[in-house]
Design a protein around this ligand. Sequence first.
Ligand SMILES: [Zn+2]
Length: 217
Amino acid sequence: MTPDADIPSLICELCRQFYDLGWVSGTGGGISIKGEAGIFMAPSGVQKERIAPADVFVLSGELSACSVVTAPANAALKVSECQPLFFNAFRTRGAGAVLHSHSVWAVLAARLFSPRGEPSEFVTSGLEMQKGLRGKGCFDTVRIPIIANTAREAQLTESMAAAMETHPDVDAVLVAGHGVYVWGDTWVKAKTQAECLDYLFRATVELHRLGLAGDPS
Ligand SMILES: [Zn+2]
Protein backbone atom coordinates (compact mmCIF):
# COMPACT_ATOMS: atom_id res chain seq x y z
CA MET A 1 0.00 0.00 0.00
CA THR A 2 1.17 3.53 -0.77
CA PRO A 3 2.31 5.25 2.49
CA ASP A 4 -0.22 7.83 3.71
CA ALA A 5 2.40 10.58 3.54
CA ASP A 6 2.74 10.04 -0.22
CA ILE A 7 -0.96 9.84 -1.14
CA PRO A 8 -1.86 13.58 -1.30
CA SER A 9 0.96 14.36 -3.73
CA LEU A 10 0.14 11.21 -5.70
CA ILE A 11 -3.49 12.38 -6.08
CA CYS A 12 -2.24 15.77 -7.35
CA GLU A 13 0.10 14.10 -9.84
CA LEU A 14 -2.62 11.73 -11.11
CA CYS A 15 -5.12 14.60 -11.45
CA ARG A 16 -2.63 16.47 -13.65
CA GLN A 17 -2.21 13.38 -15.83
CA PHE A 18 -5.97 12.86 -16.03
CA TYR A 19 -6.42 16.55 -16.94
CA ASP A 20 -4.02 16.09 -19.85
CA LEU A 21 -6.12 13.11 -21.00
CA GLY A 22 -9.30 15.21 -20.90
CA TRP A 23 -10.73 13.18 -18.03
CA VAL A 24 -11.05 15.90 -15.35
CA SER A 25 -11.43 19.16 -17.28
CA GLY A 26 -13.82 21.86 -16.09
CA THR A 27 -13.33 20.80 -12.42
CA GLY A 28 -15.12 17.46 -13.02
CA GLY A 29 -13.91 13.98 -12.15
CA GLY A 30 -11.06 12.97 -9.84
CA ILE A 31 -9.55 10.10 -7.89
CA SER A 32 -9.69 8.87 -4.31
CA ILE A 33 -7.25 6.44 -2.71
CA LYS A 34 -7.54 4.34 0.44
CA GLY A 35 -4.77 4.79 3.01
CA GLU A 36 -4.19 3.72 6.62
CA ALA A 37 -5.87 6.88 7.98
CA GLY A 38 -8.91 6.67 5.69
CA ILE A 39 -10.00 7.59 2.18
CA PHE A 40 -7.93 10.39 0.61
CA MET A 41 -10.05 12.52 -1.73
CA ALA A 42 -9.61 15.69 -3.79
CA PRO A 43 -11.97 18.60 -2.98
CA SER A 44 -15.10 19.36 -5.00
CA GLY A 45 -15.51 21.97 -7.73
CA VAL A 46 -11.88 23.01 -8.06
CA GLN A 47 -9.54 22.83 -11.03
CA LYS A 48 -8.21 19.33 -10.53
CA GLU A 49 -4.91 19.96 -12.32
CA ARG A 50 -4.04 22.74 -9.85
CA ILE A 51 -4.80 21.15 -6.48
CA ALA A 52 -2.02 20.98 -3.90
CA PRO A 53 -1.35 18.13 -1.44
CA ALA A 54 -2.67 20.34 1.39
CA ASP A 55 -6.08 20.52 -0.36
CA VAL A 56 -6.75 16.78 -0.06
CA PHE A 57 -9.41 15.55 2.41
CA VAL A 58 -9.12 12.38 4.48
CA LEU A 59 -12.51 10.74 5.11
CA SER A 60 -13.41 7.94 7.48
CA GLY A 61 -13.47 4.57 5.79
CA GLU A 62 -15.98 3.15 8.27
CA LEU A 63 -18.77 1.15 6.70
CA SER A 64 -21.63 2.77 8.56
CA ALA A 65 -21.06 6.46 7.95
CA CYS A 66 -18.73 8.88 6.28
CA SER A 67 -17.04 11.65 8.24
CA VAL A 68 -14.10 13.95 7.70
CA VAL A 69 -10.93 12.79 9.46
CA THR A 70 -8.69 15.57 8.19
CA ALA A 71 -9.91 18.68 6.35
CA PRO A 72 -7.70 21.06 4.37
CA ALA A 73 -6.73 24.30 6.15
CA ASN A 74 -8.56 26.21 3.41
CA ALA A 75 -12.14 26.23 4.78
CA ALA A 76 -13.54 27.13 1.35
CA LEU A 77 -12.81 23.62 0.09
CA LYS A 78 -15.67 21.14 0.14
CA VAL A 79 -15.87 17.34 0.08
CA SER A 80 -16.47 15.99 -3.41
CA GLU A 81 -20.06 15.36 -4.48
CA CYS A 82 -18.76 12.03 -5.82
CA GLN A 83 -18.03 10.87 -2.28
CA PRO A 84 -21.01 8.45 -1.93
CA LEU A 85 -20.23 7.01 -5.37
CA PHE A 86 -16.59 6.45 -4.54
CA PHE A 87 -17.69 4.80 -1.30
CA ASN A 88 -19.90 2.36 -3.23
CA ALA A 89 -16.73 0.77 -4.58
CA PHE A 90 -14.73 1.08 -1.35
CA ARG A 91 -17.51 -0.57 0.67
CA THR A 92 -18.97 -3.21 -1.61
CA ARG A 93 -15.94 -4.12 -3.71
CA GLY A 94 -13.10 -3.54 -1.27
CA ALA A 95 -11.50 -1.12 -3.73
CA GLY A 96 -8.15 0.50 -2.94
CA ALA A 97 -8.79 3.41 -5.31
CA VAL A 98 -11.71 4.83 -7.29
CA LEU A 99 -11.45 7.13 -10.26
CA HIS A 100 -14.12 9.29 -11.91
CA SER A 101 -13.57 10.50 -15.49
CA HIS A 102 -15.58 12.87 -17.67
CA SER A 103 -13.80 11.55 -20.77
CA VAL A 104 -15.59 12.42 -23.99
CA TRP A 105 -14.96 8.82 -25.13
CA ALA A 106 -16.90 7.49 -22.15
CA VAL A 107 -19.76 9.85 -22.97
CA LEU A 108 -19.80 8.89 -26.66
CA ALA A 109 -19.54 5.16 -25.90
CA ALA A 110 -22.48 5.41 -23.50
CA ARG A 111 -24.50 7.36 -26.08
CA LEU A 112 -23.88 4.67 -28.67
CA PHE A 113 -25.55 2.03 -26.49
CA SER A 114 -28.00 4.36 -24.70
CA PRO A 115 -29.29 6.87 -27.25
CA ARG A 116 -31.80 8.45 -24.86
CA GLY A 117 -29.70 8.20 -21.72
CA GLU A 118 -31.59 5.17 -20.48
CA PRO A 119 -30.00 2.32 -18.44
CA SER A 120 -28.16 -0.01 -20.78
CA GLU A 121 -24.84 -1.83 -21.36
CA PHE A 122 -21.72 -0.92 -23.27
CA VAL A 123 -20.52 -4.05 -25.10
CA THR A 124 -17.16 -4.77 -26.66
CA SER A 125 -15.26 -7.88 -27.73
CA GLY A 126 -12.20 -8.99 -29.64
CA LEU A 127 -9.86 -6.20 -28.55
CA GLU A 128 -6.42 -6.81 -27.02
CA MET A 129 -6.80 -4.03 -24.44
CA GLN A 130 -9.58 -6.02 -22.75
CA LYS A 131 -6.74 -7.96 -21.11
CA GLY A 132 -6.12 -4.95 -18.87
CA LEU A 133 -9.52 -5.54 -17.23
CA ARG A 134 -9.83 -7.87 -14.25
CA GLY A 135 -10.36 -11.46 -15.41
CA LYS A 136 -10.89 -10.60 -19.08
CA GLY A 137 -9.21 -11.96 -22.20
CA CYS A 138 -9.12 -10.43 -25.65
CA PHE A 139 -11.79 -12.78 -27.01
CA ASP A 140 -14.25 -12.32 -24.14
CA THR A 141 -17.31 -10.11 -24.41
CA VAL A 142 -17.05 -7.22 -21.96
CA ARG A 143 -20.27 -5.64 -20.69
CA ILE A 144 -20.08 -2.39 -18.72
CA PRO A 145 -23.36 -1.20 -17.16
CA ILE A 146 -24.71 2.23 -18.13
CA ILE A 147 -26.90 4.09 -15.64
CA ALA A 148 -29.07 7.15 -16.32
CA ASN A 149 -27.63 10.50 -15.24
CA THR A 150 -29.25 12.62 -12.51
CA ALA A 151 -29.30 16.34 -11.77
CA ARG A 152 -26.99 15.92 -8.76
CA GLU A 153 -24.06 13.52 -8.74
CA ALA A 154 -24.90 12.10 -5.31
CA GLN A 155 -28.31 10.95 -6.64
CA LEU A 156 -26.48 8.34 -8.72
CA THR A 157 -25.51 6.39 -5.60
CA GLU A 158 -28.34 3.81 -5.58
CA SER A 159 -28.47 3.11 -9.32
CA MET A 160 -24.68 2.76 -9.36
CA ALA A 161 -24.83 0.25 -6.49
CA ALA A 162 -27.57 -1.72 -8.30
CA ALA A 163 -25.53 -1.80 -11.54
CA MET A 164 -22.49 -3.04 -9.58
CA GLU A 165 -24.59 -5.90 -8.23
CA THR A 166 -25.79 -7.00 -11.67
CA HIS A 167 -22.26 -6.75 -13.16
CA PRO A 168 -19.93 -8.28 -10.55
CA ASP A 169 -17.36 -9.24 -13.20
CA VAL A 170 -16.39 -5.66 -14.10
CA ASP A 171 -14.98 -2.74 -12.12
CA ALA A 172 -16.69 0.17 -13.85
CA VAL A 173 -20.04 1.91 -14.27
CA LEU A 174 -20.78 4.33 -17.13
CA VAL A 175 -23.11 7.26 -16.52
CA ALA A 176 -25.03 8.36 -19.63
CA GLY A 177 -24.10 11.84 -20.84
CA HIS A 178 -21.64 12.18 -17.98
CA GLY A 179 -18.62 9.85 -17.71
CA VAL A 180 -17.44 6.71 -15.95
CA TYR A 181 -16.50 5.41 -12.50
CA VAL A 182 -13.64 2.88 -12.41
CA TRP A 183 -11.99 1.21 -9.43
CA GLY A 184 -9.35 -1.36 -8.54
CA ASP A 185 -7.58 -3.07 -5.65
CA THR A 186 -4.83 -0.44 -5.88
CA TRP A 187 -4.49 2.96 -7.52
CA VAL A 188 -2.28 1.31 -10.16
CA LYS A 189 -5.01 -1.20 -11.05
CA ALA A 190 -7.70 1.50 -11.06
CA LYS A 191 -5.58 3.68 -13.39
CA THR A 192 -4.72 0.74 -15.67
CA GLN A 193 -8.35 -0.32 -15.97
CA ALA A 194 -9.45 3.28 -16.60
CA GLU A 195 -6.87 3.62 -19.39
CA CYS A 196 -7.87 0.31 -20.99
CA LEU A 197 -11.55 1.19 -20.77
CA ASP A 198 -10.99 4.62 -22.29
CA TYR A 199 -9.16 2.91 -25.16
CA LEU A 200 -12.04 0.43 -25.57
CA PHE A 201 -14.62 3.25 -25.50
CA ARG A 202 -12.68 5.15 -28.15
CA ALA A 203 -12.00 2.09 -30.32
CA THR A 204 -15.67 1.06 -30.21
CA VAL A 205 -16.91 4.55 -31.09
CA GLU A 206 -14.44 4.77 -33.99
CA LEU A 207 -15.32 1.26 -35.22
CA HIS A 208 -18.94 2.34 -35.41
CA ARG A 209 -18.06 5.64 -37.07
CA LEU A 210 -16.11 3.71 -39.72
CA GLY A 211 -18.89 1.20 -40.21
CA LEU A 212 -16.59 -1.61 -39.02
CA ALA A 213 -18.75 -2.81 -36.12
CA GLY A 214 -22.03 -4.69 -36.15
CA ASP A 215 -25.09 -3.27 -34.44
CA PRO A 216 -24.65 -2.74 -30.70
CA SER A 217 -26.02 -5.74 -28.82
ZN1 LIG B 1 -18.98 13.65 -12.64
